[in-house]
Write a protein that binds this ligand. Structure first.
Ligand SMILES: *[C@@H]1O[C@H](CO)[C@@H](O)[C@H](O)[C@H]1NC(C)=O
Ligand SMILES: *[C@@H]1O[C@H](CO)[C@@H](O)[C@H](O)[C@H]1NC(C)=O
Ligand SMILES: *[C@@H]1O[C@H](CO)[C@@H](O)[C@H](O)[C@H]1NC(C)=O
Ligand SMILES: *[C@@H]1O[C@H](CO)[C@@H](O)[C@H](O)[C@H]1NC(C)=O
Ligand SMILES: *[C@@H]1O[C@H](CO)[C@@H](O)[C@H](O)[C@H]1NC(C)=O
Length: 862
């Protein structure tokens, strides 16, 4: 009897496990019905084989794989076997059917040049694609005849790999980053080591345009696109190199200049200097930021900005950074800059500031914004599917971390609302919200995946996280918002890799299992992740490396990449949702969706008003079973709203507490005073400043800034500074007062530092190890000191003779410990690389590494 009971018990448990595995979280009759229909459709073997097709790269065992999409359902794959930095062996494959089948085109590419017997694609920068014209693909190769590496070969295609051309650029193109002009596809820059080369005929002919280059870029604003910017080191840096004995590869040398070249098509090499003594620069979205050392204090640096293509630079009102602090320019879209300034002392947080539209005056957006010291991943994420939305993480003084979201570009940050119908996992530490396990959590091995959103999938945001009071380290679940992050629902239990397909029309997911086994089941949803279906696509063991879809998230296919463990053959499964979404979407499949509809919905006048306007977007209904066209673009109509406090940010000297709209006076900052027309004036404001690009009309109007005259004719230094003329001195004087206030504040808060002592102790250990590292570098520097003097001499000789700096290049190699690809001006140690959503190009140093997918997006750190 008891035996029967326990068998019955086991049966119930098995039944329970079985149903809970196959059942989706949504158990509505509509979902059950849909699941039944799709299961029926997929039960036919003919449909199944169309739904998932498999391709095995038989006899292909090379361990590295580079991949890029060339548009028009075309994929280019390069497989590589290396020996040290050299490529021993590589093959190129092309697919013209979204990856269902591939053809070995290695021999065809070699036909482009009669000189070469083997194709040796470089592993680090071997496959580069013009992002504006994906059919233009560049294969940077080692020259089999000159394996020393002084020159390389460049094979390229302008038609997605159908025909190939060869050029011999005469420089180490195999280690060069190619920079593409945004709308002149024939114009290319290539930075190889510290030399900058230009081609104006799609890569066929190249000429050297600048030496000792640290960083280069194309101009960004509309009337400046045809200029080349470069930061390079002048003579002075060699002197300082010798004097200071800098050995670190990421140490910034003063003496660096920013210059611009415009009339290069006529063969000119007349660089116009824009700024001197800079550390680094960043030009994006019409801003050019430079970091410079403070006058008389070489160790601390500040940020200057230009919004007129480098004609004038104005010092920003942000505090200076001492050597233990850093600036990060996180985003410059919508005419505003988000800048993170580290708090110093390796505390792991800093303050996030937003600029005004000129990039000069900044106000505090978010305090205790988490950003790991010594590089690493921050959780700052721009939501691509809704304008003005960003995610970040704050670090509290008890070391707990909390996710926050803004919907108005940093004016107000809020916690993420608790997902409907989900119970809180821990109540420890306050009220329950959705906590996002993002880049930092992933870097700390929390089972999760990065957030996902796409501009064409309007309002859709997919994150991993927990419903809890603070960030958790146990495996995360998948949560989805279809209204840009206002409300959330639980979509999948446990960590998954998710991809957005066909403009958000469907989602595909595979489980990231805790035991490391590879997924054999693919899950998909056609209603933004509420109702899920699953399909077993293989029963064989393989090693999973990635789930990828074409950048832009428009395609109807998603590919599951991996390799067969024993044979080491690459294999790919292509899941084609077009089989299920066979009907083309018509007008009735779209709905008018009020973006930010959850904002102020209790106030009919202001419902959905964000950045001063409401936007109505035509988007696909969540449950539409159709395929949208490849060229679909969401249509938006805009109406202005009445102004509210939401449309204003806080003036300098005011802050806004989390979850409040009021700008309150910061008692530590004195009232700003300016010197205008030989008179000192006190500026009094109500603390609010309208957000740039805000389109609101009427409504809330804070009292206009007014000035109070304090002393007639008693300005300290009238108009010596040319910037005082147009009021820019204001920024400097505010800055000085700010610095004083910070100093006072620091003095007062020293006594409060005790609770932080433990954290500091841990961080001290990190610092100590850094000191040890620095000592090690110092010892190495001493050993290399002899070489430095040669470098310096050779560098100058090279300049005078205007010939090739062979010795200089060789000395670079010494500094790099033989690698020599970067040159020591490349601050590779200080730039954070992070894959962004979508994926354009991917790399894997070996098959174990996940082919995570994603174009590298750098957050420039100064
Ligand atoms: C793979 O190798 C086997 C034997 O090693 C050979 O028979 C087969 O033709 C090869 N396949 C391809 C596609 O080269
Ligand atoms: C896409 O490829 C097909 C054949 O694969 C070709 O006929 C068509 O012209 C291509 N379209 C474009 C825009 O390149
Ligand atoms: C691909 O083609 C090249 C050139 O014909 C050949 O050397 C190579 O072995 C091929 N790769 C495979 C895996 O068959
Ligand atoms: C690993 O976990 C998955 C579910 O996550 C399960 O299906 C599979 O059987 C497990 N494999 C092993 C070897 O335990
Ligand atoms: C504007 O200033 C006046 C006088 O200083 C004050 O009475 C009024 O309340 C202020 N208005 C707002 C909206 O703060």
């Amino acid at each position: 009897m008891s035996l029967l009971k326990s068998i019955f018990g086991i049966l119930i448990i098995i039944f329970f496990v079985f149903t809970s595995c196959t059942k989706s979280i949504d158990s509505s009759p509509k979902c059950t019905e849909q699941q039944k229909n799709i299961k029926e459709k997929l039960s036919s073997a003919a449909v199944q084989s169309k739904f998932v097709s498999e391709f095995i790269f038989s006899n292909e065992t090379k361990p590295s794989l580079l991949m890029t999409w060339a548009g028009n359902q075309t994929l280019i794959i390069v497989t590589i076997r290396t020996q040290g930095v050299l490529t021993r062996d590589s093959s190129v494959y092309r697919s013209t059917n979204d990856g269902r089948t591939f053809v070995n085109i290695t021999a065809k590419i070699l036909e482009a040049g009669a000189t070469s017997s083997a194709l040796l694609v470089s592993q680090s920068l071997g496959l580069q694609r013009n992002p504006a014209q994906p059919a233009r693909i560049y294969l940077a190769c080692h020259d089999p005849a000159k394996l020393g590496g002084a020159t390389g070969l460049l094979y390229y295609t302008l038609d997605g790999g159908a025909t190939w051309h060869l050029s011999s650029p005469g420089f180490p193109v195999q280690s060069a980053q190619i920079l593409f002009h945004t709308d002149k596809p024939d114009w290319l820059l290539a930075q190889a080591g510290d030399k900058l080369y230009l081609s104006v005929n799609a890569g066929q002919d190249w000429r050297l345009i600048k030496k000792r280059v640290f960083k280069a870029s194309w101009g960004v604003s509309a009337d400046d696109k045809d200029s080349i910017y470069a930061a390079f080191d002048g003579e002075a840096s060699f002197v300082s190199l010798l004097r200071d004995g800098v050995a670190s590869s990421n140490h910034r040398l003063p003496g660096r200049q920013l210059a611009k070249l415009t009339d290069f098509t006529a063969g000119s090499n007349n660089w116009k200097t824009l700024a001197e003594k800079i550390y680094s620069y960043n030009n994006k979205d019409g801003f050019i930021f430079i970091s410079k050392s403070d006058e008389g204090k070489a160790e601390s640096r500040h940020l200057e900005v230009s919004t007129d293509c480098g004609k004038t630079f104005v010092r920003t009102q942000l505090p200076s950074a001492t050597p233990d602090r850093f600036f990060v320019i996180l985003d410059t879209s919508d005419g505003l800059a988000f800048v993170h300034i580290d708090a110093g002392n390796y505390l792991g947080y800093g303050t996030l500031y937003t600029s005004n539209s000129l990039g000069q005056v900044f106000s505090k957006s978010l305090e205790r914004n988490f950003y790991p010291p010594l590089g690493g991943s921050s959780d700052f994420y721009k939501v691509e599917s809704m304008r003005g939305a960003f995610l970040s993480t704050v670090l509290h003084s008890d070391a707990s971390m909390h996710s926050v979201i803004t919907h108005n570009r940093g004016a107000v940050w809020r916690h993420l609302s608790k997902p409907d119908g989900v119970t809180c996992t821990t109540t420890d530490g306050g009220p329950c919200y959705l906590q996002v396990a993002s880049y930092y959590s992933i870097s700390r091995s929390v089972p999760a995946d990065q957030p996902r959103s796409a501009p064409s999938a309007v309002g859709l945001l997919i994150v991993h996280g927990h419903t809890a009071a603070k960030l958790q380290s146990n495996p995360a679940d998948v949560y989805i918002s279809s209204d840009g992050g206002y409300s959330w629902y639980l979509a999948l239990k446990g960590p998954h890799r998710v991809q957005i397909g066909n403009n958000g029309n469907f989602l595909v997911a595979v489980e990231k299992s805790a035991n490391g086994s590879s997924p054999q089941v693919v899950k998909f949803s056609t209603d933004a992740g509420r109702c899920w279906h699953s399909h077993r696509f293989t029963t064989e063991d393989y090693v999973f490396t990635g789930l990828l879809t074409e950048p832009g998230n428009r395609a109807l296919t998603v590919a599951i990449w991996g390799y067969v463990s024993e044979l080491h053959h690459w294999r790919v499964f292509v899941v084609d949702l077009g089989v299920l979404l066979s009907r083309s979407c018509t007008d009735s499949d779209y709905e008018s969706w009020l973006s930010n509809g959850a904002v102020n919905y209790d106030n009919a006048n202001h419902q959905a008003c964000v950045l001063g306007a409401k936007e109505t977007i035509k988007r696909l209904k969540a449950d539409s079973m159709c395929a949208s066209t490849y060229s679909y673009k969401p249509q938006t109509s805009v109406t202005p709203c009445e102004c509210t406090k939401d449309d204003f940010e806080c003036e300098f000297g005011y802050t806004r507490p989390v979850n409040s709209l009021d700008c309150v006076r910061d008692p530590d900052v004195p009232t700003p005073r300016i010197c205008d027309a030989n008179t000192v004036k006190k500026i009094i404001t109500e603390g609010y400043r309208k957000l740039p690009r805000n389109r609101c009309q009427g409504g809330f109007q804070p009292n206009v800034t007014h000035q109070e005259v304090l002393h007639e004719a008693s300005c300290p230094q009238p108009t010596e500074d040319p910037r005082a003329r147009d009021g820019r001195l204001l920024i400097q004087s505010i800055e000085q007062q700010r610095q004083q206030a910070e100093l006072d504040k620091t003095r007062r808060t020293v006594g409060l530092m005790v609770p932080l002592a433990i954290t500091v102790a841990i961080l001290l250990a990190i610092v100590l190890s850094l000191v040890v590292l620095a000592r090690h570098r110092e010892r190495r520097r001493r050993r290399l000191a002899f070489h430095y003097s040669i470098v310096s001499a050779a560098g100058r000789r090279g300049d005078e003779a205007d010939g090739e700096d062979v010795e200089y290049q060789a000395a670079d190699d010494i500094l790099q410990g033989g690698g020599g690809s970067g040159g020591f001006y490349n601050a590779t140690g200080a730039t954070e690389r992070r894959p962004t959503n979508g994926g354009g190009k991917m790399r894997a140093s070996d098959k174990q590494a996940l082919l995570g997918g994603g174009e590298d997006d750098e957050a420039p750190i100064f």
